[in-house]
Design a protein around this ligand. Structure first.
Ligand code: HEC
Ligand code: HEC
Length: 376
């Protein structure tokens, strides 16, 4: 009996080893599954209300929350352009060029850390960083606060939402963040989410094959996982530098400026001709060129892609992965040549597109900024 059990066990182990798929098909199980987004996380100290969201919307579109009243959040996050811009590198504050691709605001409340290299940790501090950052809003917080206090409608609305007699700039960022928490994908509009909820017909045969590739042969799930299709972690893919660095003095100025304000050592400052990503936060050489894995939701509306906007289409992105990414000393070992056929690349693209809403999400006209009136 014992011997029989032993043989049965041994056979089981043997079969298990032989039958275990080489690596790919099992991958899906080791990672948080893709699926519809849960409800939006809301911090305890900034609860949502309709009035707060309505105020945040006005502020998001109000250019007075920038230095020279020219650059609202919406200037770089246009609802009609997928809540970003359609340029590889974002526009900057007048007189400056930005240095990174404008990220979409869509679904940003789901990330633990914001920006391409995760430099800030909440939508509240992100809004402040954007409006005051020298190549973005370049606004002085005290000046922006005084502006809000000379707008009767803001005085009334801040009183209603926060119970204060005078608007404060910190509360403005709370309202903007609350508005940001409403700019998220709705599962009923997203084919993949409808499929995940049981509607087999929501995905085309191509997209279904693409899903299998994504979780299998192409290995995308290793980093793009969970409902957001992001592991919220940092990797170096060897994304090629944007040639704009060679031709644009304004871009060079911004890049060098970023190196200085982020405390990069003198030698690195001189030598580096590109965005160092996570390195700015950690100052560890192995973190050079690592960026936060972006969500793959709403890609249909958010081209160009990558931190420097180097790829204009999903075909280019997929080709890039298929050839094993780019070249970099720090390149992730998870990125290697995939050997996808032309048809497989098309299937993968069809799947990626199924993670986007049927039409551009939350398209809205900019509200008219409420007028000034002299207040005591
Ligand atoms: C001059 C252009 C510009 C302006 C103005 C601007 N942004 Fe941005 N925004 C960007 C760029 C570029 C990034 C990526 C920045 C980075 O990685 O350093 C970004 C990143 C973000 C992110 C992070 C998304 C993510 O996935 O992590 C959010 C949220 C955001 N902006 C909201 C705002 C809000 C709110 C305002 C107004 C208070 C604003 N932005 C003003 C260009 C701009
Ligand atoms: C090693 C982790 C990793 C793997 C594996 C991976 N990605 Fe990515 N992906 C990233 C990171 C990190 C970025 C941002 C890189 C940058 O900007 O430098 C990114 C960017 C992207 C973008 C651009 C999104 C945007 O908004 O700009 C797309 C599309 C994409 N990946 C699709 C895929 C597909 C399809 C696969 C599988 C073939 C895949 N990724 C495999 C980590 C990964």
């Amino acid at each position: 009996m014992r011997i029989l059990t032993f043989f049965a066990l041994a056979l089981g182990v043997l079969l298990g080893t032989v039958l275990r798929p080489a690596e790919a098909p099992g991958q899906a199980k080791r990672f948080p599954p893709l699926g519809p987004l849960p409800s939006v996380p809301v911090p305890r100290d900034n609860p949502m209300s309709d009035a707060k969201v309505a105020l945040g919307k006005l502020l998001f579109f109000d250019p007075r929350l920038s230095g020279d009243v020219s650059t609202s959040c919406a200037a770089c996050h246009d609802p009609k352009l997928g809540w970003g811009t359609d340029q590889p590198i974002s526009r900057g504050y007048p007189g400056a060029e930005h240095w990174r691709n404008s990220q979409t605001v869509l679904n940003s409340p789901y990330y633990a850390k914001l920006f391409w290299a995760g430099e800030v940790t909440s939508l509240e501090s992100q809004a402040a960083a954007a409006a005051t950052g020298n190549v973005a809003g370049n606004g002085d917080p005290i000046m922006m606060e005084e502006r809000l206090r000379q707008v009767p409608e803001y005085v009334t609305r801040f009183k209603e939402v926060f119970g204060v007699d005078q608007p404060t700039i910190a509360m403005a960022w709370m309202a903007v963040a609350a508005f940001g928490r409403t700019v998220v994908s709705k599962a009923e509009n997203v084919p993949f989410d409808r499929y995940a909820k049981g509607d087999q017909s929501a995905l085309s045969p191509e997209a279904k094959r693409g899903l299998a590739l994504f979780q299998g042969k192409a290995g995308c799930i290793q980093c793009h996982n969970g409902p957001l299709a992001s592991d919220d972690s940092y990797h170096n893919l060897g994304v090629p530098p944007n040639p704009i660095f060679e031709s644009s003095p304004l871009y060079q100025i911004t890049l060098r400026y970023q190196h200085v304000i982020r405390g990069v050592p003198e030698q690195v400052y001189r030598a580096a001709d590109r965005d160092l990503g996570l390195y700015y936060t950690t100052k560890r050489d192995e973190d050079r060129g690592k960026f936060r894995t972006p969500s793959l939701r709403e890609l249909k509306y958010t081209a160009p892609y990558m931190h420097n906007g180097i790829f204009g289409s999903l075909e280019e992105v997929i080709e890039f992965y298929n050839r094993g990414g780019g070249e970099d000393l720090n390149k992730s070992p998870l990125v290697k040549p995939l050997g996808l056929t032309d048809q497989e690349q098309k299937d993968l693209k069809a799947f990626l597109e199924s993670l986007s809403s049927d039409g551009p999400p939350h398209v809205m006209d900019p509200p008219e900024p409420p007028p000034y009136a002299a207040m005591k």
